[in-house]
Write a protein that binds this ligand. Sequence first.
Ligand SMILES: *[C@@H]1O[C@H](CO)[C@@H](O)[C@H](O)[C@H]1NC(C)=O
Ligand SMILES: *[C@@H]1O[C@H](CO)[C@@H](O)[C@H](O)[C@H]1NC(C)=O
Ligand SMILES: *[C@@H]1O[C@H](CO)[C@@H](O)[C@H](O)[C@H]1NC(C)=O
Ligand SMILES: *[C@@H]1O[C@H](CO)[C@@H](O)[C@H](O)[C@H]1NC(C)=O
Length: 210
Amino acid sequence: MLRRFGSSRDKSDMVGLLLLTLLVASLQAYLSDAANIALRKKTYASSIFSSSYNSSYAVDGAVSKTAAFFMSAGDVDTDPWFSVDLGGLANITSVSIYTRCDCCVNRTRNAELRIGNASITSREDNVNYNKMVANGIAPDRLCSPYSISMLTETIGRWVTFQNHNPDCTGIECALQIIELQVFGTVGKHVGTAGCCSGTLPGAAEPCMYI
Ligand SMILES: *[C@@H]1O[C@H](CO)[C@@H](O)[C@H](O)[C@H]1NC(C)=O
Ligand SMILES: *[C@@H]1O[C@H](CO)[C@@H](O)[C@H](O)[C@H]1NC(C)=O
Ligand SMILES: *[C@@H]1O[C@H](CO)[C@@H](O)[C@H](O)[C@H]1NC(C)=O
Ligand SMILES: *[C@@H]1O[C@H](CO)[C@@H](O)[C@H](O)[C@H]1NC(C)=O
């Protein structure tokens, strides 16, 4: 049946549809917020530019244009990395990285995303122990989430993002992240081997799978 918009019935249908759309949108926002398992977790970085660019700003939940962000030191750190400890094993479906809003999106080139069970907290740790899930990452838009979906089942506790810009000098080598979000489920008992058997792996329990 052909319907024309204009009658009061149609208008109330449209208002209803609009309200439903808004409800679905806010529910989606709520669910995706709820599913960001990196939010306010413990973070580490190979360097920080200064204490105003602490790695913790990359998981503070703030993604606005003026939000504080993590930034590595640049010149002294040409392959900078950022790492977040999810606090337990997680089944990860995707990772979103928000780029800086005012400039410098081209500083992140040839970056790698790794996920695994080896703790990465200091420059003595070998980032390469964990599984590479994406490489050649080069976001091209300011202030946007760059999203990486897992192609195969990915279970791990540590998420590391490392820049390998092949042609940068000085501050142009810096890694900058407004927010790094990890989507998936945390705390589920998976696997049988090693320290993760029996109990849920918690932050206090050293959990190394190399
Ligand atoms: C970064 O923030 C964390 C968590 O708030 C804090 O423990 C750490 O001392 C800070 N590091 C620096 C260098 O400010
Ligand atoms: C991990 O998540 C994927 C996608 O949701 C699901 O298919 C898979 O069964 C999960 N694996 C485990 C061990 O829970
Ligand atoms: C990014 O682009 C700017 C402006 O074109 C340039 O000055 C800078 O050197 C570039 N940085 C990198 C790391 O390629
Ligand atoms: C981390 O450990 C869990 C539990 O043993 C295992 O299922 C998972 O595959 C490991 N992750 C990686 C990236 O090796």
